[in-house]
Design a protein around this ligand. Structure first.
Ligand code: FES
Length: 110
């Protein structure tokens, strides 16, 4: 049976939330943030998870190994604001057992 994993998410106010994420619902990190309502409605996931808006940008804080960026994610991060070395798009990070313990901080919303 699929296990839930734990993800630590620091919201845009600087508050850290430790949340449980299901691995069997085909969710990504952007959808997880929405499910727990960690940011106001309409400030994340604007493109619906197509790697086209960067509203789901987050900074990866620990060394949980994530899949490589795909070309769409690379291209969007090239154009986005507030991009750092450890920036990723939350909608491109799928929730799997491999990312258990991931810690991220949400980037500011532009
Ligand atoms: S939701 Fe638009 S880029 Fe992730």
């Amino acid at each position: 049976m699929a296990q839930d994993i734990t993800v630590k998410i620091t919201d845009r106010e600087g508050i850290t939330h430790e949340v449980q994420a299901p691995t069997d619902m085909n969710m990504n990190i952007m959808e997880l943030v929405r499910a727990y309502e960690l940011v106001p409605e309409g400030t994340i996931g604007i493109c619906g998870g197509m790697a086209m808006c960067a509203s789901c940008q987050c900074y990866v804080l620990n060394d949980v190994s994530l899949p490589e960026k795909n070309p769409d994610e690379e291209a969007m991060l090239w154009e986005a604001f507030n991009v750092k070395e450890n920036s990723r798009l939350g909608c491109q990070i799928h929730i799997t057992e491999d990312i258990d313990g991931l810690e991220i901080e949400l980037a500011p919303f532009e």
